[in-house]
Design a protein around this ligand. Structure first.
Ligand code: 5GP
Length: 140
């Protein structure tokens, strides 16, 4: 399947759609999931176009997973979370909805279930949560 230049994450990368940005470098971009299933739910994406893990270059995978680790640690610190869930889906049959490679990171606490998918986050709360992760990142 071909990469669609008009997918929502491509629009975010081009600045055509807003997001709560956490981090950016030459190859990688990170921002809050707009429908967070846990506080601090963040998406990490390579800037290069790929649908998912299956068509991404090994170089993009290597740089992106390193950022997953860095942002994951910062999100755990920001939310005082002892656990971190990393999720990544490939094609619709596996649950992929947005077809630009992305890794989910979700800070996890004992006894706190994930929220159901599809519930929009409160924008004011997302602003605060993004700032918490950026602050933890700056301290790391
Ligand atoms: P997946 O493709 O891995 O199943 O899920 C895509 C994720 O993107 C979902 O968790 C969904 O909440 C998130 N998402 C969908 N549209 C937007 C958007 O416009 N902005 C942001 N920040 N996240 C989005």
């Amino acid at each position: 399947m071909a990469y669609d230049q008009d997918n929502i994450f491509a629009k975010i990368l081009r600045g055509e759609m807003p997001c709560h940005k956490i981090y950016e470098d030459t190859n990688t971009f990170a921002f809050l999931d707009i429908m967070p299933r846990a506080d601090g739910h963040t998406l990490i994406i390579p800037k290069s176009p790929s649908r998912n893990l299956l068509d991404a270059s090994d170089g993009d995978l290597a740089t992106t997973i390193a950022v997953v680790k860095t942002i994951g640690r910062a999100a755990m610190t920001a939310f005082d979370a002892p656990g971190l869930l990393v999720q990544q889906f490939n094609e619709a049959e596996a649950g992929q909805i947005v077809f630009h490679l992305h890794f989910h990171i979700l800070p996890r606490h004992d006894g706190v279930p994930l929220r159901p998918p599809g519930q929009m986050g409160d924008n004011d709360v997302l602003v605060i949560h993004a700032e918490k992760i950026r602050a933890a990142l700056a301290m790391s």
